[in-house]
Design a protein around this ligand. Structure first.
Ligand code: PLP
Length: 442
């Protein structure tokens, strides 16, 4: 009641705006991260570690737009450099701009295995492109992903595609045939992955295995330390490409991303979010030069060997310059390490609070990706779909309520269960956040 009272009395402008939105915007909310219990907040300003809503309430912002802003929100020095590029050329021309190249070069500097890079419009698009590229390069048909992993919302890779061997979740509007060539392996189950690779030999072979290297859902179910190396070996054994979806981990786990963190080299890397420093049109695919050749277009596209990817606003000067300047600034300031230390401090503090109250919760992190699980079902049982659906529903409701409680105490999270720290999270910000969590837990 205290929480609902907060929204009733302190968030009147947000309520008015989001009530109005219900008449013109389906469901009254556009963004899948706009936390909507009891209704979404309408944002007025954001800077660094904080954001201010339309009612003037200030929050510690651990959503950080879902992960792209490793330097912190609305980062002035990058904004100024981007503005200069846009002043000169506008945000888009459709021709070539040097910042497209500068972005590919700086990615290669920190991720040497990204020998060539193709800028696209989002993580979703980049995953689609990587899968298409893998099929074109290998001539094989099947793709394997890990159950529970999120790779955007395309028909073939949608989240909760299906629980293996049974039926699908979250897949309304997707015809069954669209997912016929995508198979899901249980998280962290190398034996099952191998069986699927063997079975796929009779289905046209496996073009690629796609993983989130930290584990499904940005490491909500953390992968064992040697998992990626073992998947790499299996891919080599079966002639499948290994695709790392580094939309979240790229630059966040370090400038070398998860590949650097785990010391495993994928064939293709999907980037998003931080690759345009929080500016729109964040996404691209890069990797081995021989594989990336299938993305050739324009000058060498006349052979007909290339595949079609990209669109009107892909690889525009604004996104590419923003990515280039943001990566340069992250390197100069050591932002991923600073954000990671903030994540460690937040996680340690949360676990101390959990222990002191004797709560059935758990906090864990991979650097600046922090998980706070209050449902007691952290490791959802992927083998029991009925139980999974039931638990997931109950979990979602509880986490939503916890998220609302955090918000009412001045902390924005991703759906009540995940937090992204940034370079702006000083010890003081983290300690302030912990004092607020203390009040919620109490
Ligand atoms: N892959 C992963 C691991 C993601 O977390 C996301 C988005 O959260 C995507 C792909 C999709 O990226 P986008 O939202 O830019 O389409």
């Amino acid at each position: 009641l205290d929480v609902l009272n907060y929204f009733d009395t302190s968030c009147r402008a947000s309520r008015e705006i989001t009530d109005r939105a219900k008449r013109r915007i389906p469901g009254g909310v556009q963004h899948n991260l706009a936390f909507n219990y009891p209704f979404p907040l309408a944002v007025d300003r954001a800077e660094g570690a904080h954001l201010v809503d339309r009612d003037g309430n200030t929050y510690i912002d651990f959503l950080q737009a879902g992960g792209p802003t490793i330097l912190g929100s609305n980062y002035g020095p990058v904004n100024e450099q981007v503005a200069e590029v846009v002043r000169a050329s506008g945000p888009v021309t459709g021709l070539f701009h040097e910042y497209e190249l500068k972005l590919a070069e700086i990615i290669h500097r920190f991720m040497p295995h990204v020998e060539m890079y193709r800028s696209l419009g989002s993580g979703t698009e980049a995953v689609m492109a990587a899968v298409r590229g893998a099929r074109a390069f290998t001539g094989k048909k099947m793709v394997i992903k890990v159950g529970g992993a999120y790779h955007g919302w395309s028909d073939t890779m949608v989240y909760g595609l299906r629980v293996p061997g049974t039926y699908r979740m979250n897949a309304k509007g997707i015809p069954f045939g669209a997912t016929a060539r995508t198979r899901e392996a249980f998280p962290h189950d190398l034996g099952q992955l191998k069986r699927k690779l063997i079975e796929n030999r009779l289905r046209g072979g496996t073009a690629a295995v796609v993983v989130e290297p930290v584990g499904p859902e940005s490491g909500t179910r953390p992968a064992p330390r040697d998992f990626n190396a073992k998947v790499r070996e299996l891919c080599d054994e079966f002639g499948a490409l290994l695709i790392f979806d580094e939309v979240v981990t790229g630059f966040r786990l370090g400038l070398g991303g998860a590949a650097g963190y785990f010391g495993v080299t994928p064939d293709l890397t999907v980037l998003g979010k931080a690759v345009s420093g929080g500016y729109p049109m964040a996404g691209g695919v890069g990797g081995r030069a021989d594989v990336m050749a299938v993305f050739g277009s324009g000058l060498d596209g006349r052979s007909g060997a290339h595949i079609q990817v990209g669109g009107t606003l892909s690889a525009n000067p604004l996104s590419c310059a923003a990515g280039y300047f943001a990566i340069e600034e992250m390197a100069r300031t050591n932002a991923p390490v600073i954000a990671g230390r903030a994540g460690d401090r937040l996680t340690r503090g949360l676990q101390r609070l959990i222990d002191s109250y004797g709560l059935p919760y758990v906090a864990y992190n991979q650097g600046s990706i922090v998980h706070l699980e209050c449902s007691g079902v952290m490791l959802l049982d992927m083998r029991n779909p009925v139980k999974l659906l039931k638990e997931n529903k109950a979990r979602k409701r509880l986490m939503e309520q916890m998220g609302a409680a955090y918000t009412a105490h001045g902390i924005i999270t991703l759906a009540g269960s995940r937090m992204y720290t940034s370079m702006a999270d000083t010890d003081q910000v983290i300690d302030d956040a912990l004092a607020r969590f203390d009040r919620v837990f109490a």
